[in-house]
Design a protein around this ligand. Structure first.
Ligand SMILES: [Fe+2]
Ligand SMILES: [Fe+2]
Length: 275
């Protein structure tokens, strides 16, 4: 199913991963946090990927770029409509037909329409650089000295569906060392073992408190400067000030956006590098 440009193939893998996350998140105990995050991520990735693909098609002088671009426009509008309707009424998107429609349309587009440009872009000298010139965070990672591939991240969250959404987003930028912990004891054991560069922790981790974990991290001399991003799906009890006072570096509310998450992690990576 390769279109001949590795960066675009990786985007397709992320989009398909998010569609799978979408199906799994329907009916989740914390559905708004998980399904809401997947829909936001799908909206971010769809518009990002379409822009990137159109840049590659233009660079390779693909003759049907405008027709293909119009299809992208319709697909992006469909994803946005789904997210808006979910925001307005959370029962609407649960409809299986709605998800099946999106699934069918996106998968068909990737497997069929995208294959039409393959012979124009495969092996083309400008294809890879055109693809890499469009970044989800608005900054080319190499231009700002970010190396996502070497980042080692621990995600602390008792919700397996949310961990899976995080994994899809993080793998989408090339991170391969992603560990998860469903309770604070497991998180502490992971932190005492092999080196980690970043922790993303939920506010409530099952019966445990993410705030206690952050406070514990700050008491460990070797982890004192480890960047920690705190998340919460319970906006009434959580607040940015409380998270930062406990020792977290950043705070985000669920549902998260993929773009917002990556911009935040990039900021924490830069902060860590600058010491
Ligand atoms: Fe595509
Ligand atoms: Fe496409």
């Amino acid at each position: 199913m390769s279109v001949g440009v590795p960066v675009l193939d990786a985007d397709h893998k992320t989009l398909i991963g998010l569609i799978n996350n979408l199906h799994r998140s329907v009916g989740d105990d914390e559905e708004y946090a998980t399904l809401g995050s997947v829909l936001k991520a799908l909206e971010d990735y769809a518009s990002h990927h379409f822009a990137r693909e159109e840049r590659v098609m233009e660079a390779c002088r693909y003759p049907s770029v405008s027709t293909h671009g119009r299809m992208h426009g319709r697909l992006a509008a469909q994803v946005t409509a789904l997210k808006v309707s979910y925001d307005n009424d959370r029962t609407t998107v649960r409809a299986k037909e709605c998800l099946d429609f999106l699934h069918k349309w996106l998968i068909e587009h990737i497997c069929s329409t995208d294959m039409d440009y393959r012979s124009w872009v495969v092996g083309h000298a400008d294809a890879a650089s055109a693809a890499e010139s469009v970044s989800l965070t608005g900054q080319r990672p190499d231009a700002v000295g970010l190396d996502w591939k070497s980042l080692r991240v621990l995600v602390v969250d008792d919700n397996q569906n949310f961990c899976q959404v995080m994994r899809t987003i993080l793998e989408g930028v090339g991170i391969s060392d992603i560990r998860t912990a469903a309770d604070v004891a497991t998180a502490k054991a992971a932190l005492q073992g092999t080196g980690l560069d970043m922790v993303v922790s939920d506010w409530h981790v099952g019966k445990d408190s993410g705030l206690d974990l952050v406070a514990w991290i700050r008491r460990q001399s070797q982890l004192e400067k480890l960047p920690v991003l705190m998340l919460s799906g319970h906006e009434r009890v959580a607040s940015r000030d409380v998270a930062l006072n406990a020792g977290a570096d950043e705070f985000m509310e669920k549902p998260i956006s993929a773009r917002g998450l990556l911009i935040c992690l990039a900021k924490l990576m830069r902060k860590r590098r600058e010491g």
